[in-house]
Design a protein around this ligand. Sequence first.
Ligand code: NAP
Length: 282
Amino acid sequence: MADRPRRAFVCGHPVAHSRSPLIHGFWLRQFGIAGSYEKVDVAPAKFAAFVDGLSRGDGFVGGNVTIPHKERAFALVKRRDAAAEAIGAVNTLWVEEGLVHGGNTDAYGFSASLDERAPRWREGRTAAVLGAGGAARAIIHALKTAGYSDIRIVNRTPDRANELAARFGASLSAHSWNCLRDCLDAADLMVNTTSVGMAGKGELDWDLAALPQRAVVADAVYTPLETPLLAAARGRGLTAVDGLGMLLNQAAPGFERWFGRRPRVTAELRNLVVADLERSAA
Ligand code: NAP
């Protein structure tokens, strides 16, 4: 009997905005795989039952987890990969021998995006990370893995920055928002992981004067693609990396787990998602 088509999902609440079906749908067509990748809106009260259903083989081979379920998924899975353990959140689920496993590919996505667009980021040792939420945790893990030894977390709510510094250890320090300028001094890399710059979420008058000319500036935000931060960085002649590369690259390891082929992040895929983002913004 022929294998049944494999089905994967992205679950969140809400989930309508997710670009993941566009990305995985592109790869499924490219490889000619008769599988599917579906949006599933799961309310928080139903998430545990949803994860439990996976282990009972309810039709999915695995999927992605997005806001607000990433921490809950971390607590619910039976096995976790090393990145999920370090980050404290799960964005990828799969089933092995009846057990639901959880991984985190966000740190990989960030590193792979910088490898593509600013490969010399790996030579850096000092970074300023703005924000202390979920994206910050993944990016800090990526920076530590790449050998960054002086990571300055700058956050509006100081307690959250302190928590992250305590979690990730001696290479981190926590700072308040009004110390941003000092934290940029001698930084090889600046990363915005806050929602500042996202359409409708507020904006700042970025002062990047303290960054050295070698610095790379990255934004996790990808709506819009060219945030005011990235525009300010380019205006100073610095290398600027948008958040779309992180989104595209984090998807690849999950696709490989569920469908057995390692996809590539190509210009064609990027253009497809950019066109979709532009349609939504219009
Ligand atoms: P989160 O856990 O809710 O954290 C939000 C962060 O933004 C917190 O540090 C918060 O500071 C800060 N913040 C929000 N509004 C602010 C303001 N007006 N001024 C200063 N700080 C502000 O969110 P998240 O999941 O980390 O996501 C953050 C951003 O990253 C979003 O834009 C998301 O779309 C993007 N993201 C992108 C990718 C990708 O693949 N490119 C992946 C994940 C996330 P407080 O602690 O003070 O509230």
